[in-house]
Design a protein around this ligand. Structure first.
Ligand code: ZN
Length: 512
């Protein structure tokens, strides 16, 4: 029997330390497809909605498409923008409520709007208010979601990514859609419970291929084998958001078995608590990191892959300005050759290079222009405009940004500077991530031919760069996406919280 399902994908990871609100233009600059344009552009992509569409095609589900919108992480979503997108979904739910079998929402989980710190919770609740209790509503989430009690209450099931870098987005969409179909057909009656261990996991420590997060995920997969358990979600959360909902959450979905949901969630939460010290780490500062990279470079064989480095603080994937200068300054000051930095968000420098034209020299100030948080502008950098592109490319790697996803970052410049003009800086007019290495190729600079490259990123870049790298160096830089939560002034997050507060071993668990 064919089923009718409304689907709406609307995602944003909100960094409340970024001053400017995110508007519809920011979504349009990254991804905004409406109605029929959604399947046309998202079918077959490595995204949650791509996975939802795959299952719907296979099972001949009648999907009612509304929106697929995603903006680069940034400040709070402005209320008009939030309402514009959520109304597309809510109107479709309302208009089709009589023949509707289910609602599928690929969301993020860390959206904060101007007036609500729990953007997803409000949307799910609004959908629930229209459809009532009997129509199942399933929501997929990013692993960085800050899950609220309202989300758990209002949704039938939450299904989050299991990997970071997020290489299982389509798989998550498929899982969510399969769960929804089982609920529609009455095979299951989902029931959820969520614990919150009072732990901040430094973002690079949420890396799932190894370290503490790998152990937590392995345990989650084991617990999923328990009878009645449908999904064990682990969300270390997003701590660049000063909101009451911020935190590490373990939402567990069972088939009509609240006791098991609670037991499994508690068991895993306690495990996270015992591992809390492992989720914290100190990283080198830029000068030390580049000195280390320089030493490694001296011993490199030509066929070794590049040393791949992350500039945490300016990571646009976490709300950073993508114009951090602290690492690039060291690259230039320490006279490094054959290095690269992408993507440097600097519309002014782009303009200057365009005026000079391909093949010409130009002197320009670079970076540090968005605010005072990401290092000082590097002044009077002399360089050469090697190439200019339209900034359009399609992700080709096993990348966090999703294979097959289209990018349009605006007129982009390959600027050669530093010792022997051998440092490549990819200048773009927009704040965009370089998580997919195609950014380099599209501008004529294969990343494999450089000795070291730096990406503003926390860990997401490893999805596409780890296999080519000879070494990975993570760097503690300033910025709105800085790794250490102690750099931020929090007012609204739940306290006490490790490692910001001193907590005794027996401070958790604290349930009766
Ligand atoms: Zn994420």
């Amino acid at each position: 029997m064919s089923h009718t399902v409304v689907v709406g994908a609307f995602a944003h990871e909100t960094n409340t330390f970024v001053p400017d609100a995110v508007t519809r233009a920011d979504f349009q600059a990254r991804e905004e497809y409406l109605y029929d344009a959604v399947p046309r552009n998202m079918r077959g992509t490595e995204t949650a909605i791509g996975g939802v569409i795959d299952v719907a095609d296979e099972e001949e589900i009648d999907l009612i498409h509304t929106v697929s919108a995603f903006a680069t992480p940034g400040g709070v979503v402005d209320d008009d923008t939030y309402e514009f997108y959520t109304d597309l979904i809510l109107d479709a739910v309302r208009d089709n409520v009589d023949e509707l079998d289910g609602v599928m929402l690929p969301l993020h989980g860390a959206m904060v709007t101007e007036s609500d710190s729990d953007g997803e919770g409000r949307l799910i609740q609004d959908v629930r208010d229209i459809v009532g209790e009997t129509v199942p509503v399933v929501v997929t989430l990013d692993l960085h979601g800050n899950v609220s009690g309202r989300m758990v209450e209002a949704a039938d099931a939450l299904v989050a990514y299991e990997t970071y870098p997020h290489l299982d987005k389509a798989k998550t969409g498929e899982r969510g859609m399969r769960l929804l179909l089982r609920a529609i057909e009455g095979d299951i009656d989902p029931s959820m419970h969520m614990e919150r261990p009072p732990v901040i996991a430094f973002q690079p420590k949420a890396y799932t291929p190894n370290g503490p997060m790998a152990e937590v995920m392995t345990k989650a997969r084991q617990l999923e084998q328990r009878p009645g358990v449908l999904k064990v979600n682990v969300l270390p959360g997003f701590y660049h958001a000063d909101i009451p909902e911020m935190g590490y959450t373990i939402p567990v979905v069972t088939d009509d078995d609240p006791d098991t949901a609670r037991d499994v969630s508690r068991e895993l939460a306690e495990f996270v608590w015992t591992k809390r010290e492992e989720f914290v780490e100190e990283y080198p500062k830029p000068s030390e990191a580049i000195r280390t990279a320089k030493e490694l470079q001296a011993e490199m064989d030509p066929e070794d892959g590049p040393i791949v480095m992350a500039d945490f603080g300016s990571n646009p994937g976490g709300g950073g300005a993508s114009d951090g200068t602290t690492v690039l300054r060291e690259i230039l000051d320490q006279g490094i050759e054959k290095a690269g930095w992408a993507i440097m968000h600097d519309p002014e420098a782009v303009e200057k290079c365009l005026n000079a034209g391909v093949g010409n020299r130009v002197t320009t100030d670079i970076g540090g222009k968005t605010d005072d948080n990401h290092g000082e502008t590097i002044e009077n950098v002399d360089g050469y405009v090697k190439a200019i592109t339209d900034g359009r490319y399609v992700n080709t790697g096993t990348s966090h940004s999703g294979k097959g996803v289209q990018n349009d970052i605006g007129t982009t410049v390959r600027f050669q500077c530093g010792t022997n003009d051998s440092v490549t800086v990819v200048l773009a007019p927009t704040r965009a991530s370089a998580f997919d290495a195609e950014i380099w190729r599209h501008i004529g600079q294969p990343p494999e031919r450089l000795d070291m490259i730096c990406i503003p990123s926390l860990i997401a870049f490893l999805g596409d760069y780890e296999t080519m790298s000879s070494e990975v160096i993570l760097i503690d830089t300033p910025g709105t996406s800085a790794v250490n939560p102690a750099r931020f002034d929090y007012e609204r997050i739940p306290r006490p919280l490790f490692p910001l507060d001193d907590l005794a071993d027996d401070a958790y668990p604290n349930w009766d």
